[in-house]
Design a protein around this ligand. Structure first.
Ligand code: KIV
Ligand code: ZN
Length: 514
């Protein structure tokens, strides 16, 4: 297959993905995700929107220091200050890209930007020209391109390329287009923009009608060679095109779609789990590729077929997405060395402190659970990694539950290095725990969601709890895992609370919306 058939995979989990309400990620979490994306050999990592907040700036800057293979990208509106902020954040990057965008549809220009088309066109030229002063790799996006006037869009694309854009992106910002129409638009761009051969054409599809993946694939046939996507399809509203679906569709149906990506698909499950843990956005069980049921076979007739020949019902190999069979891993007699080796085998490198804490928790799980599976270790290790530097840390919990109230919680938290204890009551044990946390660390956030799911089968399975908190219009999700559902609940609440504290102040979301 020629280089022309290579599709660049541009991941925007940390930028567009993070724009989902509640999906905020702190610095540690972004660094962790960036490492997985690089291990996965994603071509471009959009690490944030530099001017949006100090937190975004810092994340782009720190990701730029540690990632060497993937290109690191920062988003900017068309203003010079935005672009300079991106350039500054990207300074340490080995490979960098400035991504600048402006809306090009009549509806956005008239009602959101309050700008005339000729002023938008001038801003396209100015922004790309300015970005090229800092970086050879510049991407220009025409926001809401699928609802733009085609002639105006073509003029903007041509000018962006003339000004030095090396990639031109045609976003379906509101997830409005359909495959045939999008293919036609990209074909029209290929045939009408005279200098289109000087740039790579990119697509960025939102999933409002559930068509983001189909639209992106349709665009490849017309000549697009970059797809913007996110892990688990995370993103604004109904999300973005899902990375794992695009990559596995291209791998599985290379007969119908002769394009390649450089992605190591065996990292997919790990990336999916990490993004779900960090954001608290659980993956729906029937989600393609990464859902818990994606490779499960329940119906007798299916199981019979699978036993005779796997290809009867399986079009992909589970191991190709990094799904290893649930293995009984270790028990309570396993030592620290074996535990570290097991982590290595599963692709985890941890610092000594995190390793010690994870090992302690593993021993506790092994004491409580009959069988310890890979999934148990993954759940507790992810949990441990994400909590290493938090201000408030869970220490211990004892609850009194049952039909004869009042339900009580005796809780210890480590707050800024000092262990504090509270005794609280509530309408049920979970309420008592949350009241105890509120007593030890007063705050105004309200609980929006409390959700529990089991990591593995069996009544002794670990519980994974998600807690969503809201304060001043900002929402965050926290997660906690433990064989004891009450402990997992406390951990999840504490995780959300830490996130709320570090949630960066963003500039007006409407002005930044993309
Ligand atoms: O959806 C969108 O239009 C965007 C652009 C900034 C690429 O996210
Ligand atoms: Zn978008």
């Amino acid at each position: 297959m020629s280089k022309q058939d290579q599709v660049i995979i541009f991941d925007t989990t940390m930028r567009d993905g993070e724009q989902s309400p509640g999906a905020s990620m702190n610095l540690e979490e972004k660094l962790r995700i960036a490492e997985i994306l690089e291990a996965m050999r994603v071509d471009v990592i959009e690490a944030g929107f530099a001017i949006a907040s100090e937190g975004d700036f810092e994340a782009i800057n720190e990701v730029s220091k540690i990632i060497r293979e993937s290109t690191i990208c920062s988003l900017s509106r068309s203003g010079r200050e935005d672009i300079e902020r991106s350039a500054e954040a990207l300074k340490p990057a080995e490979r960098k890209r400035i991504h600048t965008f402006i809306a090009v549809s009549p509806i956005h220009m008239e009602h959101k930007l309050l700008m005339k088309p000729e002023d938008v066109h001038a801003a396209v030229i100015d922004s790309v020209t300015h970005a090229r002063n800092f970086c050879d790799d510049v991407e220009w996006s025409g926001e809401d391109a699928t609802r733009a006037d085609r002639d105006f869009l073509f003029k903007c694309i041509e000018s962006a390329i003339k000004a030095g854009a090396t990639t031109v992106n045609i976003p379906d910002t509101v997830g409005y287009t359909v495959p045939a129409e999008y293919r036609d638009l990209i074909t029209d761009i290929m045939n009408s923009v005279p200098n289109i051969d000087k740039a790579r054409v990119s697509v960025h599809c939102h999933n409002d009608l559930g068509l983001a993946v189909a639209n992106s694939l349709a665009a490849l046939d017309a000549g697009a060679r970059q797809i913007e996507c996110t892990i688990n399809g995370l993103g604004e509203r109904a999300g973005n095109c899902s990375l794992e679906e695009i990559v596995m569709a291209l791998k599985t149906r290379s007969d119908a779609m002769p394009y390649t990506t450089g992605v190591d698909t065996t990292q997919i499950m790990k990336a999916s789990r990490m993004v779900s843990t960090v954001t608290g956005f659980a993956v729906q069980p029937n989600k393609a590729i990464v859902g818990a049921n994606a490779f499960a076979h329940e119906a007798g007739i299916h199981q019979d077929g699978m036993l005779k020949n796997k290809s009867t019902y399986e079009i992909m190999l589970p191991e190709d997405v990094g799904l290893v069979e649930s293995k009984l891993v270790m028990g309570k007699h396993s030592g620290r060395h074996a535990f570290r080796e097991k982590l290595k085998e599963m692709g985890y490198e941890m610092g000594q402190n995190a390793l010690n804490d994870a090992f302690r928790r593993f021993k506790a799980v092994a004491d409580q659970k009959k069988d310890v599976f890979d999934e148990d270790i993954i759940a507790l290790v992810d949990d441990e990694i994400l909590r290493e530097h938090e201000r408030v840390q869970f220490v211990s919990l004892r609850v009194v539950a049952g039909s004869e109230g009042p339900q009580q919680a005796s809780l210890k938290l480590d707050i800024d290095g000092e262990v504090k204890q509270a005794e609280a009551t509530g309408n049920g044990p979970v309420d008592a725990i949350f009241n105890g946390i509120r007593e030890l660390f007063p705050h105004d956030a309200t609980l929006q969601l409390y959700q529990v799911h089991a990591v593995t089968h069996g009544t002794d399975a670990q519980a994974e709890v998600t807690v969503r908190l809201e304060e001043d219009g900002k929402t965050v999700n926290g997660q906690g895992a433990d064989p004891d559902t009450m402990v997992a609940s406390a951990r999840a609440y504490v995780h959300a609370l830490n996130k709320l504290m570090t949630k960066r102040e963003k500039t007006a979301p409407a002005a930044l919306s993309a």
